[in-house]
Design a protein around this ligand. Structure first.
Ligand code: NAD
Ligand code: USQ
Length: 406
């Protein structure tokens, strides 16, 4: 297949591009490199040393003989360029990663809120709009998030996208209907993913586009089979307070002797998936496209759920780290349950990498190896969800109450 990987310079996009190229597909990366600019804005860098995208693709070619082409296009702002490019290349499949993906970054200020909404919603809409205009029957696979559902579980499993409901009709009958599982976003970023869902519903219904939306949990880990092949193919690894996700942050914190930064009681339960499994799921989704004029196909792309404090305690036990119990910068439920259906990917043959089996390797291989690149002052999470929360934040987790785990 000819596959366009939108956002293919990013954390999930890069290993996906390599995996698909390795399988013999013709892969094109489209990216505006905004994520690299945001590193500059925040004064941080990936834990792992990343080469330019041009250099990465050159190394891939030297290693494998396969070409991945790179195209510098902003999906949100360069509509004509995007449309012309799609019209020229006419990919069979498009994987859409090209959004601002950090919840804390999206909550930093009014400017960051505007940027996240404009970038994400325009990127998705421009893509859909151009596909219709060009009569392009490509399968669009979007990376959505488990967070579209929020975290106020009533104890029932979250289904894969659709919820059957019984309604009372005006003439007194009972009718059943399937609706999108109700959206309940917890940040501006997560809200943009809820808006994306509506755009997908509309374009599938109105124009018959073939769309798969992958509601992905928090991705952890760094390496995949392909990124291990050469030091310059290494994936990015974010550890800072805005872009670092919880488990990868705990791993690097353990490696540098920094107290594990648990927000609040750590009672938040979240869904997780290893980067290698994420890449496999995307391949499985590509192999199983919906029909034209079918409804949007939705998968829950996660393999396990964990409570934040259980993760911290597990890593503390493995490494002897201390835990810092910090005021929560976010407005979120202090404690929540989370049960998720993920039968569809398991039925398609996914064999999940479990957290316990992969964790130690990740700490030694990556976190310890590159620990010297960490700027400790960038570890604290300082983006507050509301004005009331901002003054309560302690910006020095190394100075707050610590508790060792025996
Ligand atoms: P990332 O920030 O590392 O990568 C996103 C890439 O998209 C970057 O290279 C960026 O430069 C590019 N991009 C952003 N806006 C663009 C635009 N307007 N035009 C062109 N390129 C643009 O993020 P990631 O962690 O790889 O996540 C990829 C996707 O997966 C995101 O949509 C995210 O919402 C979703 N997701 C990620 C996680 C996770 O834990 N990392 C979990 C669930 C879902
Ligand atoms: N948390 C801590 N300590 C930290 C960092 C986070 O306790 O040092 C807590 C947060 O308060 C939150 C939970 O851990 O309760 C998860 O935070 P996160 O930053 O790991 O994940 P999140 O903000 O939800 O976002 C990440 C990705 C996003 C993706 C989402 C999937 O950045 O792109 O959509 O995971 S999900 O969470 O399933 O919605």
């Amino acid at each position: 297949m000819k596959i366009a990987v939108m956002g293919g310079d990013g954390f999930v996009g890069w290993p996906t591009a390599l995996h698909l190229s390795d399988q013999g597909h013709e892969v094109h990366i489209v990216d505006n490199l905004s994520r690299r600019w945001i590193d500059t804005e925040l004064g941080v860098q990936s834990l792992t040393p990343m080469d330019s995208i041009q250099e990465r693709t050159r190394i891939w070619h030297a290693e494998t003989g396969r070409r991945i082409r790179f195209h510098l296009i902003d999906l949100g702002r360069d509509y004509e360029l995007l449309k012309n490019w799609l019209g020229e290349v006419r990919p069979d499949a498009i994987i859409h990663f090209a959004e601002q993906r950090a919840a804390p970054y999206s909550m930093k200020s009014d400017r960051h809120k505007n940027y996240t909404v404009n970038n994400n919603v325009n990127a998705t809409h421009n893509l859909l709009n151009a596909m219709v205009e060009l009569n392009l029957d490509a399968h669009l696979v979007h990376l959505g998030t488990m967070g579209v559902y929020g975290y106020s579980s009533v104890g029932a499993a979250i289904p894969e996208g659709y919820l059957p409901v019984q309604i009372n009709t005006a003439d007194g009958r009972q009718a059943s209907q399937e609706i999108l599982y109700p959206a309940n976003p917890g940040s501006i970023y997560h809200m943009t993913k809820c808006l994306d869902q509506l755009l997908f519903q509309f374009y599938a219904k109105n124009d018959g586009l073939r769309i798969t939306d992958l509601h992905q949990g928090i991705v952890w880990g760094t390496h995949t089979e392909q990124t291990r092949r050469h030091p310059q193919l290494i994936n990015r690894f974010d550890y800072d307070g805005d872009y670092g996700t919880v488990l990868n942050r705990f791993l690097i914190q353990a490696a540098i002797g920094y107290p594990l930064t648990v927000h609040g009681t750590g009672g938040q339960t979240r869904a997780f998936i290893h980067i290698q499994d994420s890449v496999r799921c995307i391949e499985l989704a590509l192999r199983n496209p919906p029909q034209r004029n079918a409804r949007v196909e939705i998968f829950n792309q996660m393999t396990e759920t964990h409570r934040v404090r259980d993760l911290a305690e597990m890593i503390a036990r493995m490494t002897g780290s201390e835990i810092a119990w910090l005021p929560n910068p976010r407005k979120e439920a202090a404690e929540n349950e989370l049960i998720v259906d993920n039968d569809k990917f398991l039925a398609l043959g996914l064999e999940p990498i479990t957290l316990e089996s992969g964790l130690l390797g990740e700490i030694v291989d990556v976190a310890k190896k590159y620990a010297h690149r960490v700027d400790r002052s960038r570890v604290p999470a300082v983006s507050a969800w509301t004005r009331d929360i901002a003054p309560t934040l302690n910006h020095d987790p190394e100075g707050v109450r610590l508790r060792s785990v025996s």
